[in-house]
Write a protein that binds this ligand. Structure first.
Ligand code: NAP
Length: 258
């Protein structure tokens, strides 16, 4: 139980499915008041019905496409108004479409960077006024092992966006420290979500075989790391990354594993 999270005001982008829903669920269970963002009202209503049955019972949603800067600003203001401030931003929304560099269009490249990297930076920027008013503001970015730790053929734009998030976190940490705001990144390995399942059975099987603990991760595995960074226990930690991957980045080769 993270007692320090009870009553905290939390915004989770991409919080109605996959890892984001796992994060929102875990915060709600701790008694936090959660706003999840999504692009469809149907997803928002479903998620809020489920989250409302937990913890404080106070969950709501806001429609947001993080590729749209003016929508980001509007949602940050709405969250501030609706919750009477903001303590935690979980910048989680992201996409991971495949495209080989030789064939990658400008549209594909821009879309991945706009959602994953620019969207993360802009939502953090838009939430700053509210986070500065918090007694202990927290930003936790869902990055990835892909980019800063590993590479995947067909995902060079994604890897660049995820490594960029970590670069952002490290410099932003220095700017925000005097405001009492910490910013850290969780780096998931392969986590079973709708998005990961869309990459197909062969991808999932290959990834599972390369994870030393012998299973794909769950959204709860990532949520626990996010909760740690949000908790009072992590108040002296900023600008850091935490890999949550079942040991996937460790083996030097497949024969290095038991
Ligand atoms: P997912 O199941 O595909 O869910 C993606 C989430 O991002 C959805 O909630 C979606 O919201 C939201 N999203 C996508 N495009 C958006 C946009 N333009 N504006 C606002 N929201 C948008 O993916 P996931 O696996 O949970 O991934 C979540 C995060 O974890 C991503 O940042 C991803 O890079 C990262 N990650 C995942 C894994 C993994 O193995 N699953 C590994 C490393 C990192 P809608 O409801 O609107 O669709």
């Amino acid at each position: 139980m993270h007692h320090s999270l009870e009553g905290r005001r939390v915004l989770v982008t991409g919080g109605t499915k996959g890892i984001g829903y796992g994060i929102a669920h875990a915060f709600a269970e701790q008694g936090a008041t959660v706003i999840v963002t999504c692009r469809s009202e149907v997803d928002g209503e479903r998620a809020v019905n489920e989250l409302g049955a937990l913890g404080s019972g106070d969950a709501s949603f806001a429609v947001l496409d993080v590729a749209d800067p003016s929508a980001i600003m509007a949602v940050a203001e709405l969250a501030d108004l609706r919750l009477g401030g903001l303590d935690v931003l979980s910048a989680n929304a992201g996409i991971y479409p495949e495209s080989d560099l030789g064939e990658m269009s400008l549209v594909e490249l821009d879309h991945v960077l706009d959602v994953n990297l620019r969207g993360t930076i802009l939502i953090a920027q838009a939430c700053l006024p509210a986070l500065r008013r918090s007694a202990a503001g927290r930003i936790i970015v869902t990055s990835s092992i892909t980019g800063i730790e590993t590479g995947i053929a067909g995902m060079s734009h994604y890897g660049a966006s995820k490594a960029g998030q970590v670069g952002f976190v490290r410099s932003a940490a220095l700017e925000l420290a005097p405001d009492g705001i910490t910013i850290n990144a969780v780096l998931p390995g392969n986590i079973r979500t709708e998005g990961l399942e869309a990459l197909g059975h062969d991808y999932l099987a290959a990834m599972e075989a390369s994870i030393p603990v012998g299973r794909l991760g769950t959204p709860l595995d990532i949520a626990r790391a996010v909760l740690f960074f949000a908790d009072e226990a992590a108040s002296f930690i900023t600008g850091q990354t935490l890999i949550v991957d079942g040991g996937q980045v460790l083996p030097e080769s497949a024969s290095s594993m038991r």
